[in-house]
Design a protein around this ligand. Sequence first.
Ligand SMILES: Nc1ncnc2c1ncn2[C@@H]1O[C@H](COP(=O)(O)OP(=O)(O)OP(=O)(O)O)[C@@H](O)[C@H]1O
Ligand SMILES: [Mg+2]
Length: 281
Amino acid sequence: MSDIVAEGRKITRDYIIPGGMFGKPRTVQALKGIDFSVERGKTLALVGESGCGKSTLARIITMIDPQTSGELKLGGHVVDIARHRPTAEMRRRVQIVFQNPYGSLNPRQKVGDVLTEPLQLNTDLSASDRRDKAHDMLKKVGLGPEHYERYPHMFSGGQRQRIAIARALILNPSLLVLDEPVSALDLSVQAQILNLLADLQDELQLTYIFVSHDLSVVRYICDEIMVMYFGEVVERGTRDEVFTDPKHDYTKTLFAATPRADVDHIRARLAAKQARLAAGG
Ligand SMILES: Nc1ncnc2c1ncn2[C@@H]1O[C@H](COP(=O)(O)OP(=O)(O)OP(=O)(O)O)[C@@H](O)[C@H]1O
Ligand SMILES: [Mg+2]
C-alpha cells in the first residue's frame, strides 16, 4: 500500500509586484497549477533553472508561505495556512534545509543551543535529556561532542550544513525539504553531504523533497524527478526514465548543461545493468 507523505493538486502561487508611483501592480504567476506527490521513504527531486518556482513550491510545502489556490495535503491532512494556522505537531513533521547554512544559523547561538532550543519549545524533555538528544544528533550527522559549545563561524561550509541538517531532524520530522542543500559546497564536500543524507534517509525512514538546479546532484539521491519550467511541470518520471530518455526539449537542455561525462557514465551503467538483467544474471 502506498503511503503518501505530501501531495499537491493544482497548486498556484501569484506574487503581486507593486507598480511604483503611477504604474499598475503586476502579477507574477510563480506556480501555474502544480501536481506532485511523494511516498514515504522516497525522494522527489524538483529541478529546473533559476526562477522556475522551485523555492516557491518548497516554501508552500513547508508552510512558510501559503499557496494562492490548489490543495496541499501533508500526512493526509489538508493544509491551507492562509485560512488555518497549522498545529505545532504539523510544523514538527515538515522541516526545511536551505542552501546557505550561514544565513539560516544564528551567529550568536552555540551549536548545542541551536539543537536544544526546538526541544525546549516542543517537548517536555528535561535539560539533561535535551543535551543527550543533541549529542546523539551531532553524532548522527558526523559531528562530535567537541562541537557542542562552538559557534557557527567556527565551522566549515560542509560542517555548517551538517548542523542545519541536525537542527532539521531534531524533532523527528517525517518530511525534509532540501532547497539546494549542497549548491554552495565544493564538489567533494557535496558528495559527503549527499552520502550523509542518503544514510539518514535509510536510518530514519525520511521522505525528501530535494530541490536543485543541477541534475548531476539529484541523480545520486532521487527516486522520482519533476522538471519545472516557468511555474509548470514539463516532465516527470522515475530517475531512470528521465535520465535514460528525457522527453521534453527543456530537460534535454538541462542535461546539456550538466557535464556530459556524467550522463554518459549513467547511461553506460544503466545499459550494463539492463544487459545483466537480460542475461538473467
Ligand atoms: N517574494 C517574492 N515576491 C515577488 N516575486 C517573487 C518572490 N519570490 C519569488 N518570486 C518570483 O517567483 C518566481 C519563482 O521564484 P523562485 O524563487 O521560486 O525560483 P527558483 O526556481 O527557486 O529559482 P532559483 O534556482 O534561483 O532559486 C521568480 O520569477 C521570482 O522572481
Ligand atoms: Mg530557489
